[in-house]
Design a protein around this ligand. Structure first.
Ligand code: TRP
Length: 322
């Protein structure tokens, strides 16, 4: 089994304080990263395969039709993917990159070991000339520990994961990537676009209830991590589209008055009907993206989309060097 390189710095005290703060706030929430433990990462892979979840399929199609072009336009000699999950979609890019380069290193960066192993399983047999490196960490906290490369690197951030960050975190993330990038590096970003609300709503409320399981799993994770007593049966899965903010908001809605013991042993009452935000998924317009790129010193050199313009990929470079 391939060795995982753990580059994460654990800040134990802050994490506990943060959980208490988030749960005691008027608008309650939980850190999104807890959705992606080993069980959650597998459930997310299943969401990607549902009929309603158009994102993965569409992104895959765009990647597949343009992979050689992307590799050519970026002159990539090395690939580095943030939040790689199973790396299934990336395979097509790797194959194209291997046509242009004899040897290739692919860095898979994820918070879940299970995801990293899935990625390794998916890719290790492709070619002897492909070196797969598995890096474990949190892409917001541990990005400063990633080393830049002497090779022309193509950074990948797919699956519209950028949409899971609020505006401030998104800008911060893009700025971190642009600081990490050398003159010759490129960055491929995949994002979901604003569209008919009905289509979006269906994607986040699949009829087989996998998104519901994915959402509720966060309670198992934090119960284990912080020895809490959340009861999954006292919450409903609740996902709505907030059209003002152009974002999906996923909540756990309390079905009864209940008391939770916090990590500092304090009791917290959660009322019936009260909601805990577990994740947002923003849908982007061209204008929002332009603003984000401008603030991060990034410039679009190429963009790719599908016939219905549901989803887009942007190939970016550092602006100051162009
Ligand atoms: N990156 C995925 C997305 O934004 C994550 C996701 C899957 C998700 N299902 C979700 C986010 C449900 C919020 C709610 O689509």
């Amino acid at each position: 089994m391939k060795k995982i390189e753990n580059i994460s710095l654990k800040k134990e005290i802050n994490r506990k304080k943060n959980i208490i703060f988030l749960l005691k706030s008027k608008k309650k929430s939980l850190p999104t990263q807890y959705l992606y433990d080993d069980v959650g990462s597998k459930l997310f892979e299943k969401i990607c395969e549902t009929e309603e979840y158009y994102l993965t399929r569409t992104e895959y199609k765009i990647l597949n039709s343009n992979s050689f072009d992307i590799i050519k336009a970026s002159s990539a000699e090395e690939l580095f993917e943030f939040g790689s999950g199973s790396s299934k979609k990336t395979k097509t890019l790797i194959l194209s990159a291997l046509k242009k380069n004899k040897y290739l290193t692919y860095f898979s960066f994820d918070i879940s070991s299970e995801a990293l192993y899935m990625s390794y399983d998916e890719l290790s047999k492709i070619s002897e000339n492909l070196n797969v490196r598995l890096l474990k960490g949190n892409f917001n906290l541990d990005i400063s520990r990633i080393e830049a490369s002497k090779k022309k690197r193509l950074y990948l951030f797919l699956g519209s994961t950028l949409g899971n960050f609020n505006n401030k975190v998104a800008i911060n993330f893009l700025q971190n990537i642009s600081n990490l990038m050398n003159k010759e590096d490129s960055f491929l970003l995949g994002v979901d676009k604003v569209k008919d609300e009905k289509i979006i709503n269906l994607a986040y409320n699949d009829k087989r209830g996998i998104t519901k399981k994915f959402n509720k799993n966060i309670l198992n994770v934090i119960n284990k991590e912080y020895k809490l007593n959340f009861n999954k049966n006292n919450f409903l899965h609740n996902t709505i589209y907030n059209s003002e903010k152009s974002q999906i908001e996923m909540y756990l809605k309390s079905t009864a008055l209940q008391s939770i013991k916090l990590p500092n042993n304090e009791n917290l009452n959660i009322k019936k009907g009260e909601k805990i935000l577990t994740e947002i998924s923003r849908k982007f317009s061209e204008e929002t993206l332009e603003r984000l790129f401008a603030k991060s010193n990034l410039k679009v050199i190429e963009s790719y989309t599908d016939e219905k313009k549901y989803y887009s990929l942007y190939l970016l470079k550092i602006k100051k060097y162009l």
